[in-house]
Design a protein around this ligand. Structure first.
Ligand SMILES: [Zn+2]
Length: 160
């Protein structure tokens, strides 16, 4: 593989996106950029060589590393968007009547009379009515939930 060709191609590719065109009759795959230009045959050859090294005849370890990378990426995306997180809510100090609950973790009685805030777990596809007394209590629950999500995600991506 000509390293200069591939390095130049990657450098030139920073601000374009590519898409694949499949030719039904010949079975050929062509690569065009978003300005409509087809990549040069020299670049195409260099890319195929590099991708063959990356994706063809992988060892189990290499295969697993790709799955792991994608699972970790999925977990990161999830944690940045819908994933469950701890949310602290202050008790309003102008309440007409006090209210309270029992911490879902340690069983402590929490009341708007004596405490300044309470905690819950928020996340758009996570539902629970449990309330918690402190960050310490909710973090214990949250790390259990995250561990469960991690196991499920690794399974979904086939990580071994
Ligand atoms: Zn607690």
């Amino acid at each position: 593989m000509d390293k200069n060709i591939i390095k130049e191609f990657i450098e030139d590719s920073k601000h374009v996106t590519f898409h694949f065109v499949y030719e039904e009759n010949s079975g050929k795959i062509r690569v065009l950029n978003n300005h409509g230009y087809e990549i040069s045959p020299e670049s195409g050859t260099a890319i195929i060589e590099g991708m063959t090294k990356a994706y063809v005849n992988l060892s189990d370890v290499e295969m697993n590393n790709i799955r792991m990378h994608n699972a970790e990426n999925d977990l990161w995306n999830y944690s940045q968007s819908y994933g469950p997180r701890a949310l602290e809510t202050p008790f309003r100090n102008n309440l007409k009547g006090n209210w309270g609950f029992t911490c879902g973790m340690c069983g402590k009685k929490v009341s708007s009379k004596t405490d300044s805030s309470w905690w819950r777990i928020a996340g758009s596809d996570y539902e629970s009515n449990h309330k918690y007394c402190s960050e310490q209590c909710i973090q214990t629950v949250l790390s259990e939930i995250k561990q469960k999500i991690k196991i499920e995600t690794y399974e979904r991506f086939g990580v071994r």
